[in-house]
Write a protein that binds this ligand. Structure first.
Ligand SMILES: *[C@@H]1O[C@H](CO)[C@@H](O)[C@H](O)[C@H]1NC(C)=O
Ligand SMILES: *[C@@H]1O[C@H](CO)[C@@H](O)[C@H](O)[C@H]1NC(C)=O
Ligand SMILES: *[C@@H]1O[C@H](CO)[C@@H](O)[C@H](O)[C@H]1NC(C)=O
Ligand SMILES: *[C@@H]1O[C@H](CO)[C@@H](O)[C@H](O)[C@H]1NC(C)=O
Ligand SMILES: *[C@@H]1O[C@H](CO)[C@@H](O)[C@H](O)[C@H]1NC(C)=O
Length: 291
């Protein structure tokens, strides 16, 4: 092969590898997640490797060779949690089930097929981006309310930073908590002294904040982001809608407007009746005196 041919060949190989299908999957803590992989071209699979490129130095997610899986080559975090969806791999079905999703399982998973022990010559069949499914909610409140914006991670989750943001604001920070302390720098001025964590801490992974004395301008989208040492996750997306308290609404004003004309009409009708009666009496008396 000339060097030009080699470059062409390598580019084609790169295009082929990067054309492996890519899936995005979202999961909640505790879910069992199916990582899909399908390779119909190889009915008798000798080697199947599920890997996380960022964890490969500590082992495979799942390793299968010549009829059986090998736990000793598996990353310790995945022991006992990964199994083939179809143990017979019928029709090239190489999907696995990852049991009991936790937020540290967030990452990129690759399904590799074939190759020798050194790992060369294998093919990437599927790439999966596994992410946390954010808790999405709509919350309605009245101006003046204290509103809880919910955000929850599993107990004992190691967290470096929690941030609540309003992406449409500049600066966007509603609340930031770092190394066990609130960080007031960069906070948008309208949230100063109005946002706090329950009991001032993050007990049992409860990262919900209380937004005090909400105003119409607080209407918008709030996101709770959590940073771990290697990763970050969007845990909650909350649409808050703040409206005027009942009684101060336009409807109340309309009611007053209705009362006015009703009273006015009643008074006019009474006046007409009384005046008419007087005119009738007067004209009757006038008729009598003429006789
Ligand atoms: C893989 O196997 C599972 C379980 O038997 C089945 O539900 C799924 O449809 C199969 N997927 C494919 C692509 O054949
Ligand atoms: C929030 O409200 C929008 C429309 O206002 C609706 O489409 C959406 O499904 C709601 N989301 C939830 C989680 O209730
Ligand atoms: C909101 O919380 C404050 C104390 O943090 C309290 O004084 C106030 O009464 C609360 N407002 C409402 C509407 O509950
Ligand atoms: C988390 O804290 C919020 C705000 O204090 C509270 O309303 C909520 O019930 C708590 N959630 C759990 C699961 O304890
Ligand atoms: C958050 O994680 C994503 C990948 O999941 C990454 O692309 C992004 O740069 C991270 N953001 C920060 C601020 O670390």
């Amino acid at each position: 092969m000339s060097s030009l041919q080699r470059i062409l060949f390598l580019s084609l190989l790169a295009v082929f590898l990067s054309s492996a299908p890519t899936d995005d999957i979202h999961a909640k803590s505790g879910d069992d997640v199916i990582l899909h992989c399908h390779d119909p071209s190889k009915p008798s699979i000798l080697r199947l490797r599920w890997i996380r490129p960022d964890l490969i130095s500590e082992g495979y997610i799942y390793f299968f060779r010549e009829g059986r899986s090998y736990d000793q080559f598996q990353h310790p975090d995945f022991h006992g949690r990964v199994k083939l969806r179809d143990p017979e791999m019928k029709d090239g079905n190489l999907s696995v089930i990852l049991k009991h999703f936790s937020i540290s399982d967030t990452g990129t998973y690759e399904c590799h097929v074939g190759g020798n022990n050194a790992g060369s010559g294998h093919e990437i069949v599927n790439i999966i981006h596994l992410k946390v499914e954010a808790d999405q909610r709509n919350i309605t409140a009245e101006a003046g309310d204290n509103v809880t914006l919910p955000c929850q991670v599993p107990r004992n989750t190691q967290i470096l930073v929690v941030e609540w943001i309003r992406p449409d604001l500049e600066p966007e920070y509603v609340f930031m908590y770092k190394n066990g302390q609130p960080v007031p720098d960069h906070q948008h001025p309208s949230f100063k002294n109005r946002v706090e964590l329950k009991d001032g801490g993050m007990k049992d992974g409860n990262l919900s904040v209380i937004l005090k004395n909400v105003m119409m301008d607080d209407t918008g989208t709030y996101e709770c982001h959590v940073y771990q040492s290697q990763r970050n996750h969007t845990m909650s997306i909350i649409n808050l809608n703040v409206h005027q308290p009942a009684g101060h609404t336009e409807e109340g004003g309309k009611k007053d407007g209705h009362v006015g004309p009703t009273v006015g009409v009643t008074v006019i009708v009474l006046l007409v009746v009384v005046v008419g009666f007087i005119i009738y009496k007067i004209s009757k008396r006038a008729g009598k005196t003429e006789e």
